[in-house]
Design a protein around this ligand. Sequence first.
Ligand SMILES: CC(C)(COP(=O)(O)OP(=O)(O)OC[C@H]1O[C@@H](n2cnc3c(N)ncnc32)[C@H](O)[C@@H]1OP(=O)(O)O)[C@@H](O)C(=O)NCCC(=O)NCCS
Length: 172
Amino acid sequence: METTPIPRLSDGVIYLRRLTQADAAAHLAGEDEDMAKWLSGGHSTAATVRTAIDKFAEQWRTGGPRRALGVFDCSNDRLIGFVEANLELPGDSAEVNVSYGIFPEWRGQGLAGRAVNLMAEYLRSATDARGILLQIAPENSRSIRVAEKAGFVLVGVHEFAEGQRVRYVRKL
Ligand SMILES: CC(C)(COP(=O)(O)OP(=O)(O)OC[C@H]1O[C@@H](n2cnc3c(N)ncnc32)[C@H](O)[C@@H]1OP(=O)(O)O)[C@@H](O)C(=O)NCCC(=O)NCCS
């Protein structure tokens, strides 16, 4: 039984929807070094992408904390990126951790900010989260620009085993 509504969110330029196995090849093709480093936690293969998509679908089906959506170009329905909200933030339940990636060909057009705004729309309508938290490596200057341009406020730096992450917050 579906316990979580399936969102289809759009701003007329991009839309977000759940990924299916039909998206696997495009998802894999879009992964460059930066996506592998900052988002996927390493290089993906056809098999790991298929498994990841199954896990995303399972999370939606069971109402799990991870809400992963593909980012699509409205003009041609191509998959151009990924955005995910993780409702399970250890030690801090008021904010939802959001991560994102835009495939190389589509970068530099403000699309990551659009994806974050659409995810915010979803979170406002479907959860009681009060804010969005972005955790960005200090050297990931492009992602820091996304946070700044989207009106996030710098709240501190957190030390993780994998390195420092700059924390940005925006109210929902
Ligand atoms: C970070 C990322 C999501 C930004 O997406 P985007 O849609 O290109 O974002 P924007 O268009 O707002 O551009 C952000 C910055 O990227 C840089 N940029 C501009 N054009 C670019 C291009 N063609 N290619 C790459 N970077 C570009 C600029 O510094 C820009 O800032 P500016 O607008 O002040 O000039 C994207 O680079 C990406 O997917 N990176 C790999 C995954 C990642 O780092 N995710 C975030 C984890 S915290």
